[in-house]
Design a protein around this ligand. Structure first.
Ligand code: UDP
Length: 473
């Protein structure tokens, strides 16, 4: 999938597979090949093959190479179509590479057919966790949002291990309208159907962080799944690799470390909303004032070039002077894992993308949850209600376009709650527990380590169903 939130863990996974003795090749597009090349240069034994994107026949403009560029409604269907046009070039590569297994992103449902043509199993990787998949599936089965009178009326998703409450505003609008011909809704349906034709799902997650849901997924929903993460903990990354995940940082890593080193331990709030979410200038303005009023030291990552990031009109008058020494604004890409791992970092304000959430869990920092879109509203519930290592900022509206609606007071209050007082100490204690669990899971003999061993063993003796035959070009 052409998005950093998917490619970063894919590369981590390739490194893990290769370290476990599996010959591994990544198929990437030119825009996402640089980090794979870098990993190869630093000694990881990973193959790389490149497919052009947009592919031949696509109606997507040539400069549209990444999912986060799909900012207008007309581009999304073209992007989905372009993904499906990758089928032919990918199948040609499969013919050449002759692999024993194809692991592909959930957004490429046609890869289930490609794998079947070659008589090999297809594993799905979705970049997310098992918890959100369970929520999404039970939501799809029961459609509890149908029996309510208003968008803001809470409802419970039935049959889940916990009693989790949502409102209609927290669900993607295209999922609420059945048979609406929406391309994305159609893709979701194809993804669901392709899961039945696939061997199973691998999760960048670990059993201990969502055990009830891992069991639910297998025993109640009848799916096959392997928890093999946190993937980024599986590889002993050097500081350079840690600082430059996905992209080169827009701040010098030494400058960033020096800033953090100048702070007391456990005193800094890190604020970042991933690689795709965007905010209106008004929301950036409210966030700025809310953070300042919390009185806490902070690092805040403001994305460049999208909705307000490109000019600085949103910034309160005299803001940067006022926060000098207390707040560091990084414009663009931050060395997130490096910042989260620093002893000065105490809490994380996150949009609840799964990679960020997992990185927060592995760093043992409590979180302020501020979901924007995708499955982030589910992940928020995992953090705040199941693991109880975070507090919500109160955003209740799923917004794919520039997000807004969180007042300054809510930002201040959530940051204060996560940093100060008895409730904060309790969350911190729990967060440290999950950090420990995450590390244990990937060690030899840990749950994720064993799960991958079991998967490799199983796949070694894979025989295709009788009707699947290998084709040749
Ligand atoms: N990331 C980063 N620096 C940034 C923004 C994001 O290193 O300035 C990384 C982050 O560590 C995570 C990924 O990009 O690994 C974002 O994935 P996530 O699932 O959290 O969110 P998405 O970008 O898919 O919404």
């Amino acid at each position: 999938m052409l998005a950093h939130g998917h490619m970063i863990p894919m590369l981590d996974m390739a490194k893990l597979f290769s370290s476990r003795g599996l010959k591994t090749t990544i198929i990437a597009t030119p825009a996402f090949a640089a980090s794979v090349k870098k990993a190869r240069e630093s000694g990881h034994d990973i193959g790389l093959t490149i497919v052009e994107f947009p592919p031949k026949g696509s109606s997507l403009p040539d400069n549209m190479v990444s999912f986060d560029q799909m900012t207008t409604p007309d581009l999304l269907p073209k992007f989905i179509e372009a993904l499906s046009l990758l089928q032919e070039p990918v199948e040609k590569l499969l013919q050449e590479l002759n692999p024993n297994c194809l692991l592909s992103d959930m957004f490429m449902p046609w890869t289930a057919d490609s794998a079947a043509k070659f008589g090999i199993p297809r594993l799905i990787f979705g970049g997310t966790n098992c918890f959100s998949q369970c929520c999404s599936e039970q939501m799809h089965i029961h459609k509890p949002y149908k029996n309510i009178s208003s968008d803001s009326e809470p409802f419970v998703v039935p049959d889940l291990p916990d009693k989790l409450t949502f409102t209609r505003t927290q669900i993607a609008p295209f999922l609420l309208v059945e048979g609406n011909g929406d391309k994305f809704a159609k893709l979701r349906q194809e993804m669901r159907e392709s899961e039945k034709r696939s061997y199973g799902v691998v999760f960048n997650s670990f059993y201990e962080v969502e055990s009830a849901y891992a069991d639910h997924y297998k025993k109640v929903l009848g799916r096959r799944a392997w928890h093999i993460g946190p993937l980024f903990l599986c590889n002993k990354a050097g500081s350079q690799e840690k600082a430059q995940r996905g992209k080169e940082s827009d701040i010098n890593e030494h400058e960033c470390l020096a800033w953090l080193d100048s702070k007391r331990p456990n005193s800094v709030v890190y604020v970042c909303f991933g690689s795709m979410a965007s905010f209106t200038p008004a929301q950036l303005h409210e966030t700025a004032i809310g953070l300042e009023a919390s009185g806490q030291d902070f690092i805040w990552v403001v994305r460049k070039g999208k909705n307000g990031g490109e000019n600085e009109d949103w910034m309160p008058q005299g803001y940067e002077d006022r926060i000098k020494g207390k707040g560091l604004i990084i414009r663009g890409w931050a060395p997130q894992v490096m910042i989260l791992d620093h002893p000065a970092t105490e809490a994380f304000v996150t949009h609840c993308g799964w990679n960020s959430t997992l990185e927060g869990i592995c760093a043992g920092v409590p979180m302020v949850t501020w979901p924007v879109f995708a499955e982030q509203f589910y992940n928020e519930k995992l953090v705040t209600e199941v693991l109880r290592i975070g507090v919500s900022v109160g955003q209740k509206k799923w917004q794919m376009a520039a997000s807004e609606g969180v007042p300054r007071e809510a930002v201040t209050k959530a940051v204060e709650r996560i940093m100060v007082g008895e409730e904060a100490s309790e969350m911190r204690r729990r967060a440290k527990y999950y950090k420990e669990m995450a590390r244990k899971a990937v060690e030899e003999g840990g749950s994720s380590y064993n799960s991958l061993s079991a998967l490799i063993d199983e796949l070694s003796s894979y025989r295709p169903p009788a009707k699947q035959i290998r084709i040749s070009w």
